[in-house]
Design a protein around this ligand. Structure first.
Ligand code: ANZ
Length: 847
């Protein structure tokens, strides 16, 4: 039929692709160069939504582009299928999380196939399959062996609704759980951690490698999250105690201005200092700690909050002045940053100043910020030391009176040997002085904390550890992996503060590997971010029963050349995957240190200003749109809407217009194949030039992810081709056929079903996906053209667009090939041709 019936076309081609397997990547003899294009794998919560449709469209465009360029492209998909939504659905509806999960996977898979995504379906993985999580457990044990997985007791974020701990990364700035929305509280628990802080410097420094190929915003979010501060650790003696009080400071230059110390109320140090203090202090402290813990970390860091605190009636000794300094506690100091304690310099730190004013503590200025450094304000007169002579009318340095701490550079004062130095020189000098005395040292501190990976939930990877009855921790022997989850029947999955696995008696009790006496499995499961921290490697040998991934395959394919996914993963997932990659590098399993060479964060699809979800207004869901307009029109709409990183307002785009355009493109193929054969073959020169310009420009547009511009160029070429057909050349013109073939190949990236059908109509075997991007003919790529006039016996018969540098011979050939010239010379003999390239051809004839 000549009609464009997208439903029929979709139904026809997916089974053919299944049979031909053009997207499979398992042929070891394949000599093509490789590309690894990866979409972030989905969580199986119901059917695909518009956000998926967008992300998978972009990943697929990239994958299909590189195939057209002759690459062997690995484009796999799997499911991040452990996690709370399955468990919560199971609890709410009394169903099995396993069934819920795999039903949703089946539905999403069917939708992806309907959408025509060129995944290699032989490499599918699910993180909840024992064949997969066996290797997540292996990874855990590797970290454990290296000392990178450890248990510690500390205050953790507790989600009272989901009854589980959360990583810091999962607590939103307003103090609520990213998952449940409940206000997160603090709870003291013994939990498993991964020592990601050991990798803080590398995680930070290696971001430089990604500059230009990751979004700037993501790079800066990663940098801020790691948050490196450079300064010094300073040790203060404590009266009546052996150990020292060490503080981290970015401003060791202000050491002579310390007038009090503050320890975090929820730190071990505070508890210890209080234990050695008076009963009155102990009582006051208990009350203060309880009230402090009601505040979130975010609130505690809010500099504008009214300061609170109590004195501990304990004293520290300043290592450079020997002064006796009172120790206070206040919740503006955080327990798990630096050493959980600060040396307070109220003259030069706003929080310390607010605290000093509130509790009437002394303020001592040690840096004259009125004193401009030599050369910085040239209008001032300098003294014989090169220092500025200050005018008398400058405001006095009195932060207590102004309420404003003195921030900024200047000249040190009241600071013994540091007097007269600039801030930076004072920092250097005081660190030298402390290091010489053994009371301090240069130090760095990070905002990044170790990664808390235990979860008190059922639907996750069991932690492969056995607890002996003497408290000994033992790795589950490798041969016993995977530690498979028990069946859910009979298990109460309701959150109760400890893992439901603890109640699975037959499962939890195991023989002690040392002596066979009864021991217990660890009842917690791992954060699902552990599952997704290494999945991109499992795709390389997804069915290998003997190892997590094949090192040789990793050499061939990894790292990922183009990663595509949402900006919501800008911190968590990417940071963890980067960390695990570095650990695997150190263990010798991979030869690269960054997993994702390039990253695209697609924008959001919005409807009426809100993120489109499964429950979007007007019934616009993924499935409804595909039903209505077809997969190709939906893909094209998303690609054409704007730059891929921009948000799309669904009200501003038109899948109906996309469908119409595809029908127009399709009609070109029909016109080409149904046109009568014509003799002349050179074809419309202007169209050829436009086609080859398109071929020349397309790759750069695709490689810089300017997919919307590429679509616009396809539309342009389609319109130009239509015009040439309609003004008379018809579909038989050689330039028209060439253009239509090029359009079809380009369209295969965006509208694979339609393009496949066009390709077949044009007389080719499937699949257009491997047709290959054609080479542009450089002679047709001249920037501008000039119009050559062709005269026959003095009469203008044709005008042709030609390259300004066209040769005499080429111009003569074009003129002789002109349909108009042919008509004008019917039955006559050409006796002379004069060519003045590029402007004129004069043909003389006689009967
Ligand atoms: C003395 C000082 C004097 C400081 C001065 C600043 C200005 P960033 O840059 O964020 O790393 N600090 C250290 N540990 C802390 C904790 N656990 N909770 C709250 N604050 C803490 O901040 C480093 C500075 O934050 C450190 O330098 C310390 O105060 C404070 F004029 O030490 B400073």
């Amino acid at each position: 039929s000549h009609g464009y019936d997208i439903a029929a076309i979709q139904a026809k081609w997916q089974p053919i692709w299944d049979e031909l397997k053009p997207f499979a990547t398992d042929n070891p003899a394949d000599k093509r160069p490789r590309k690894y294009i990866l979409d972030m794998f989905p969580y199986p919560s119901g059917d695909l939504h518009m956000g998926h449709a967008e992300a998978y469209a972009f990943g697929d465009i990239a994958a299909r582009y590189w195939r057209q360029r002759g690459f062997n492209v690995l484009h796999p998909i799997g499911w991040d299928s452990f996690g709370l939504p399955a468990e919560n659905a199971a609890i709410e509806r009394g169903i099995d999380p396993v069934g819920w999960t795999y039903d949703n996977i089946a539905q999403q898979k069917a939708s992806m196939r309907r959408y025509g995504v060129s995944f290699d379906w032989s490499r599918v993985l699910h993180t909840s399959d024992p064949e997969y999580y066996k290797w997540t457990q292996w990874l855990f044990l590797k970290l454990y062996e290296k000392g990178l997985a450890y248990r510690k007791e500390s205050w953790v974020n507790w989600d009272p609704k989901d009854q589980t701990v959360l990583a810091n990364e999962q607590v939103l700035p307003d103090g609520t759980s990213e998952r449940s929305g409940a206000m997160v509280v603090k709870k003291k628990l013994t939990q498993w951690y991964f020592r990601i802080t050991d990798y803080a410097d590398r995680l930070l420094d290696d971001l430089n490698q990604l500059e230009g190929s990751w979004p700037t915003k993501v790079l800066s979010m990663q940098r801020n999250w790691i948050g490196r501060s450079i300064g010094a650790d300073v040790d203060f003696e404590i009266e009546g105690r052996d150990g020292k009080l060490t503080v981290f400071t970015t401003r060791p230059d202000t050491l002579y201005g310390v007038t009090f110390m503050v320890v975090a109320p929820d730190s071990d140090l505070a508890a210890e200092l209080v234990a050695g203090s008076t009963p009155a202090v102990q009582e006051a402290f208990a009350g203060y700690l309880a009230s402090a813990q009601k505040n979130t970390e975010i609130e505690r860091q809010d500099a504008t909050r009214e300061k609170t605190g109590i004195p501990l009636e304990r004293f520290a000794i300043n290592p450079v002045t020997g002064e006796r300094i009172p120790i206070w506690t206040s919740d503006y100091v955080l327990a798990d940053y630096g050493h959980g304690a600060v040396m307070s310099v109220p003259a030069h730190d706003q929080r310390d100043l607010d605290f000093a004013i509130k509790f009437d503590l002394p303020v001592r200025v040690v840096l004259d910020v009125n004193a401009p450094m030599t050369g910085s304000i040239p209008v001032l007169e300098l003294d014989e030391n090169g220092m500025a002579i200050l005018p008398d009318d400058l405001p006095p340095l009195d932060p207590r009176a102004t309420g404003k701490a003195l921030i900024g550079d200047g000249r040190m004062l009241n600071s013994g040997p540091l007097d007269g130095l600039s801030k930076n020189n004072a920092i250097k000098k005081v660190i030298e002085q402390l290091e010489a005395a053994g009371t301090g040292r240069a130090a760095k501190t990070y905002r990044l904390r170790d990664w808390l990976i235990s979860r008190q939930r059922f639907w996750g990877t069991p932690i492969p550890i056995i607890h002996g009855d003497d408290g000994e921790l033992m790795a589950v022997p490798f041969e016993q992996l995977p530690v498979v989850l028990p069946p859910t029947d009979g298990l109460d999955l309701k959150p109760k503060g400890q893992s439901p696995l603890a109640a699975a008696e037959n499962w939890i009790t195991v023989p002690d590997p040392r002596d066979g006496r009864p021991a217990r499995r660890d009842a917690d499961t791992m954060d699902t971010f552990v599952d997704s921290s290494w999945y991109f490697l499992r795709f390389l040998s997804p069915n290998d029963p003997d190892k997590a991934f094949d090192v040789a395959e990793a050499e061939k394919w990894a790292p990922v050349d183009q990663y595509v996914g949402g900006v919501e993963h800008a911190i968590l997932h990417l940071l963890y995957a980067r960390f695990i990659t570095k650990v695997l590098f150190d263990l010798g399993y991979v030869s690269f240190t960054e997993p994702f060479s390039a990253l695209l964060n697609q924008g959001m699809v919005l409807s009426e200003g809100k993120k489109m979800s499964k429950r979007s207004p007007k019934g616009t869901t993924f499935t409804a749109e595909v039903d209505k307009y077809g997969a190709d029109a939906l893909r094209l709409t998303l690609a054409f809407a704007g730059p891929p990183e921009d948000n799309i307002n669904w009200e501003d785009v038109s899948p109906a217009a996309s469908a119409k355009f595809l029908a127009r493109a399709f009609r070109l193929a029909i016109d080409v194949t149904s046109a009568p054969e014509i003799e002349w073959k050179t074809g419309d020169a202007a169209l050829r030039r436009q086609t080859h310009r398109f071929l020349a420009d397309g790759p750069a547009l695709a490689e810089t992810l300017k997919f919307n511009v590429l679509v616009a160029r396809i539309m342009e070429l389609t319109n130009a081709t239509r015009k040439v057909i309609d003004v008379g050349a018809g579909g038989g013109d050689a330039a028209v056929r060439e253009a239509v073939e090029v359009i079809t190949i380009a369209l295969s990236m965006f509208a694979p079903f339609t393009a496949e059908e066009m390709w077949e109509r044009l007389g080719y075997q499937p699949t257009v996906a491997l047709a290959g991007w054609r080479k542009a003919d450089p002679t047709l790529l001249v920037e501008e053209s000039v119009t050559a006039i062709v005269q026959v016996d003095g009469k203008v018969r044709d005008r042709i667009e030609v390259a300004p540098k066209i040769s005499t011979d080429a111009l003569e050939a074009l003129a002789r090939a002109s349909v108009a010239v042919a008509r004008a010379t019917v039955g006559r003999e050409i006796v002379n041709v004069i060519v003045r390239a590029p402007r004129l051809v004069n043909i003389a004839t006689k009967p």
